[in-house]
Design a protein around this ligand. Structure first.
Ligand code: MRU
Length: 350
């Protein structure tokens, strides 16, 4: 668990700032960043200094405050124009995690619902909303842990991918919250963490978080997951999500689709843990989820070392989509969705 929460607001609405743990330098270095401009917040999201769908949403909400502080003493029309500009700009930082757009939408709705306030009063309301988004996320993480616990009761080993813990959320995490709860119950639960190519969120962040909490973890290369299943070392796979369509198709870190196919082939339950803020019920299936494409250098020159020939072409989608039929259950703060069907999702999230 991080010493501090991954995303926090420091100070008041007029002069405070967003404070983040810079996840790009972990686990070698623990560095906190104080962000005071919306450009810095945009860059932090784009560069994955803050990452993980729920944490991106919280960071963006606080980014709105940072971005509008300069217009605090302006008249409302001028302030509203700045707010609109900031919301539009932050929405361009990353395309896949719907929590970003969900959080920005909530901020926009606060502005739309409050008339007759000065700009300074509106910023107070916006900060209160951003704080609510953070607090609610913390509570959703705790509830996800509680709801998911029974599903891991019989497991001696579990496999996870990417990072879904305290660094990726305002609380204990999503899939990792379930794992933390299961490990409290069964301290010998063995976690297998995929390193998660190309940016190694599993190796750098998940292994770090689990080791900080004393949960037994074995780090594996992504390509070892199938063999780990074949050897019956794990009885469940549990991961997070960045966007879940109305039919249950779930986008998550690249490699998740393969894990869902492998789990099905080995008859191992495949769980996705995510808060309701990760569901996008406006889209019918995973085909409509925008998949972020990232820079070639993440594959050819990651972490400052060249690992491919000069000029080597690449394909680098940051996410893929696990189809609903491969997902045993969705674990949300409102309960477990099983079977994963459109009707069941609508019923539980109602
Ligand atoms: O590119 P990232 O590191 O932001 O991708 C993060 C993931 O894919 C996580 O699994 C997902 O956001 C769930 S976080 C609780």
């Amino acid at each position: 668990m991080p010493a501090q929460s991954a995303v926090a607001w420091i100070g008041d609405a007029s002069s405070g700032n967003l404070r983040l743990i810079d996840q790009t330098v972990l686990p070698v270095e623990y560095r906190e960043l104080n962000l005071r401009t919306v450009e810095e917040v945009w860059e932090a999201i784009k560069a994955l200094r803050v990452r993980g769908a729920p944490a991106i949403g919280v960071a963006a909400a606080y980014g709105v405050i940072v971005g509008t502080q300069s217009a605090l003493s302006a008249a409302r029309p001028e302030f509203d124009a700045r707010l609109d500009q900031v919301l539009t700009y932050l929405a361009t930082s990353r395309p896949t995690a719907v929590n970003l757009f969900w959080a920005l939408d909530r901020m926009r709705r606060v502005a739309n619902a409050t008339s007759g306030l000065t700009s300074a009063e509106l910023v107070d309301h916006l900060l209160a909303e951003a704080r609510r988004i953070e607090l609610e996320d913390r509570e959703m993480c705790a509830a996800i842990g509680r709801h998911g616990l029974p599903l891991l009761k019989e497991c001696s080993g579990v496999l996870t991918h990417c990072n879904t813990g305290g660094l990726a959320t305002a609380g204990d995490g999503t899939a990792l919250a379930v794992i933390f709860a299961a490990a409290r119950d069964n301290p010998s639960l063995q976690v297998y963490a995929d390193e998660t190519r190309p940016l190694l969120q599993g190796a750098r962040l998940t292994a770090w978080e689990l080791m900080q909490r004393g949960v037994p973890v074995k780090l594996i290369c992504d390509s070892m997951a199938g063999w780990v299943m074949k050897e019956r070392r794990v009885q469940a796979v549990i991961v997070g999500a960045d966007r879940i369509a109305a039919n249950g198709d779930s986008a998550n870190k690249i490699g998740t689709y393969s894990l869902s196919v492998l789990a099905r082939a080995h008859n191992i339950p495949f769980y996705i843990a995510a808060p309701s803020s990760t569901f996008d019920l406006t889209i019918q299936s995973g085909d409509e989820i925008p998949i972020e494409q990232r820079a070639s250098a993440e594959i050819t020159n990651a972490f400052g070392r060249q690992t491919a020939p000069d000029g080597c072409d690449t394909y680098n989608p940051a996410f893929d989509v696990a189809p609903a039929e491969n997902i045993t259950a969705l674990i949300t703060e409102k309960g477990v969705i099983q079977p994963v069907t459109k009707a069941q999702i609508a019923r539980v999230l109602e």
